[in-house]
Structures are given as C-alpha cells and as structure tokens.
Design a protein around this ligand. Structure first.
Ligand SMILES: NC(=O)c1ccc[n+]([C@@H]2O[C@H](COP(=O)([O-])OP(=O)(O)OC[C@H]3O[C@@H](n4cnc5c(N)ncnc54)[C@H](O)[C@@H]3O)[C@@H](O)[C@H]2O)c1
Length: 397
C-alpha cells in the first residue's frame, strides 16, 4: 500500500525527534515537506532530514500530495492552523494542547467529523511500553479494585531544560497545561474520564528568569494543588508545580485493594513499572510470631522487597516514540479502523485543565462535562507496528 505523505508545520525544538523517528524508525509514512513562520528554520530542518521541500504554510496547505499535516507550532497558534489544515482537506495531528480553550478544541473535533477527516493529538506517550504495561496489569487485576491515585510533578520550571521557554509561561503553558496532558492522558486512558475537579492554583515564583527574558508576571498559574474525581468514583490528587526547587515526591502511583503500581514517567514512553503486592505481603506478616510481627510493624519495609518488584514490560519500544500516533492514524485511515488517539481524548484533557483553572478562580468543585471512549490497548507487535527498540533518544535530535 502506498505510504501516506506527511507535512510538518512548525520547525522548532520538538520537530526533529518526530521527523527522525518517522523517517528512520517507523518507515510507514513519508515526511515530504516542512514550513515555519521563520523560513530559515524550515530550510534547516529540510536540509537536516533531506526532505523534498521547505515551503510556506500556504503552499503546504495547497499541496495535493500531502495527506496528513503535523502542527508542531506553539499552543497559541494551534487553533487557527488546525482549522486551516482541516479546511484544506488534510488529516490533522497536533502537538498538545489541541487548542488553548475547550470551545476551540470542540470546534476542531466537530470540523474534523463534518469533513470526514481524522484529528489526533499528542501526547502519544501513553502508547509506549511503560503505560501499556500498567494497562495490562490493571486489565489482569494485579492490584484488585482501583481505589485511588496520586500524581506529583514538582520542579523549578521549563527554564531548566527548554532553549527558549517564554511561550511556556503564556496561555497553554505552565505546569498544568504544558505537563498536565501527559499525566492526565495516562490517568484517563488507564482509569477512565474525570468527572469533578477541585483545585488551588497561583503564580508563586516571580519575577522569573526564563533565560531569554525576565518575566515580571506570567499569563498562567505555576503552582497547582488539585483533587480529581473520576466517573468511576475513584479519586486522587494532582499536584503540578514549576515553583518547587526540589522534591523527593515526584511520580504517579495507582492504589488498589490488593496493592499498588508505580507508573513510569508519563512524559516518556518507556520506564520501569513496579507493583507492590500488599495483600501477599500482609499474608506473610500474619504467619510470623507476635514478637517478630511487632518488629516488622516498626520496620515495615523489612522483607517487603520480595513483594515490590519491577514488572517485565509488555513490549520494548524505547524512551521516545514520538510520531507513533501519526503512524497509527495513517494505518487506521488505510485500514478503515478508528485511531487510538481521537481528538475527543485531547478535548477531555483541555476540559480538565480549564476546570482546574476555573475551580482555583472560583474556589469551588467544577464538573467536567466532556468524556471519551477508552481506546483499545496497544500492542504494536500484534498490530504490525513493531518498531524495535528506539533506544534513549531525547526530545532534541
Ligand atoms: N520542546 C519539547 O520538548 C516539547 C515536548 C512536548 C511537546 N511540545 C509541544 O510542541 C509544540 C512546539 O513546541 P517547541 O518546543 O517545538 O516550540 P518552539 O518554540 O521551539 O517551536 C515552535 C516553532 O513553531 C513556529 N511557529 C509558530 N507559529 C507558527 C505559525 N503560525 N506557522 C508556522 N510556524 C509557526 C515557530 O517559529 C517555531 O519555530 C508545543 O505545542 C509544545 O507544547 C514540546
């Protein structure tokens, strides 16, 4: 079957790893063109990856050879470009967030449906072996009935790692809007949609020296402490902050009646998955003499390692599989099946993010009204999407 052709709009920091993976690893689509507001950046990417052409956005939209356009621009540019891409008759893949507001996101989803075009959105990290191994464990009832979860991402901000991070302190940025989508996509694709949100939020560190500028204020909150209740009735916390110098409390955990799962970093596709089989640990504790038992209670970690084990991954894929969604969508188009990251997931995530801000502003519980159907588990070996091990490439290649 002929490979679908892909164009890339936005040749900034994240573009390289996408094109690298699509060109050198997946080999299921053809990246043919790229554009950027700054023509030199488009030309640089074209030359680096030996693409057919660098062009303007308008030329890309009018190009009959292109089937799918990847929008890798900054969040504020997503809505207008997404609309233009669909109206040009191209399938759309957009970096997160789909749009900055829920209304815009809904409009894009509806336009895609109306025009019979696919809409997919980042993050795709939940399709990696890390989160999919957690999915497998939950499906196999490894920790019994899920009773709760905890999400903590606490660090001093994007200036730590991004070459020009000012846009990450504008609408669509900050710890919740920039990093929240990874954690919330992992959470909701594993445990189902969110129903209610309660949140406190504020901007705490200011002024901020973001390397390219000193920001007296930020457009967005940079410190969030929230609670989420899922439609299943399960609830847990989400603490996202760019205003914490250091924390030993980072990560994501899922709790159940039989044990606990340590979820690997949802911002990467692969990482270690640990399961604590609490019920089995207690069963052993209950067999030991009283004096020994008291000692074990005082030093509860004694002997628990046996029950807190790293699980083998469901498949090996590498740490950075960016682009896998584009491949899944391209194959889904050709096979006439649904793709695994429909825009409805991204829309629900934008809804949750908005509700966090609304809850913080109005000091009340806010209902989340969007939802989505849980996607099929992903096992690329069986799906003919086997990539091999992509290794440990970073975001910047
Ligand atoms: N950098 C990362 O590690 C990273 C990781 C995950 C997701 N993302 C997401 O990827 C997107 C891009 O992030 P980035 O870090 O690459 O940003 P960036 O600022 O490095 O690059 C964005 C590029 O888009 C171009 N651009 C902006 N508006 C445009 C328009 N209307 N038409 C054409 N080009 C336009 C800019 O000139 C720039 O080259 C964002 O949505 C971000 O949330 C980035």
């Amino acid at each position: 079957m002929k490979k679908l052709n892909v164009g890339v709009i936005g040749c900034g920091a994240i573009a390289g790893i996408y094109i690298h993976n699509l060109k050198y690893h997946f080999d299921k689509v053809e990246v043919v063109a790229c554009s950027d507001l700054i023509p030199e950046k488009a030309e640089e990417i074209r030359a680096k990856f030996d693409l057919k052409r660098a062009c303007t956005n308008e030329e890309m939209l009018a190009d009959p050879e292109i089937d799918i356009i990847m929008n890798l621009t900054i969040p504020k540019a997503h809505y207008s470009l997404n609309k233009a891409i669909l109206n040009a008759g191209k399938h759309l893949y957009c970096e997160k967030p789909l749009c900055v507001t829920l209304e815009e996101s809904k409009e894009i989803i509806e336009l895609g449906h109306k025009l019979g075009l696919r809409v997919a959105c980042a993050p795709d990290t939940f399709l990696g072996p890390g989160i999919q191994t957690v999915r497998k464990l939950l499906d196999e009832n490894a920790i019994g009935k899920v009773t709760g979860f905890s999400i903590n991402l606490l660090n001093p901000g994007s200036e730590l790692w991004h070459p020009s991070p000012a846009f990450l302190y504008q609408a669509g940025g900050g710890p919740m809007h920039d990093m929240g989508p990874y954690y919330l996509t992992a959470l909701t694709t594993l445990l189902g949609p969110v129903e209610e949100v309660f949140c406190y939020a504020s901007p705490s560190f200011r002024p901020r020296d973001v390397r390219t500028a000193v920001l007296e204020t930020t457009e967005i909150n940079t410190n969030y402490n929230g609670l989420l209740k899922l439609r299943s009735g399960v609830y847990g916390n989400i603490n996202m902050s760019f205003d914490v110098w250091k924390s030993k409390n980072n990560g994501m955990e899922i709790y159940g009646t039989e044990g606990m799962i340590t979820v690997p970093d949802p911002n990467a596709t692969q990482g270690p998955v640990y399961v604590f089989r609490g019920r089995e640990f207690m069963a052993e504790i209950n067999t030991i003499p009283r004096e020994e038992f008291v000692k074990r209670l005082m030093f509860i970690h004694d002997g628990e390692e046996k029950y807190y084990q790293e699980e083998p991954l469901a498949f090996v894929g590498g740490n950075n599989m960016r682009g896998v969604v584009v491949v899944d969508m391209a194959m889904a188009i050709q096979e006439g099946r649904p793709h695994r990251t429909p825009g409805e997931i991204a829309c629900h995530i934008v809804d949750i993010l908005d509700c966090c801000d609304q809850s913080a502003a109005e000091h009340r519980v806010v209902e989340v009204n969007t939802s989505f159907e849980k996607p099929e588990a992903f096992y690329p070996v069986a799906d003919g999407l086997w990539l091999g091990d992509l290794g440990t490439a970073s975001n910047f290649v």
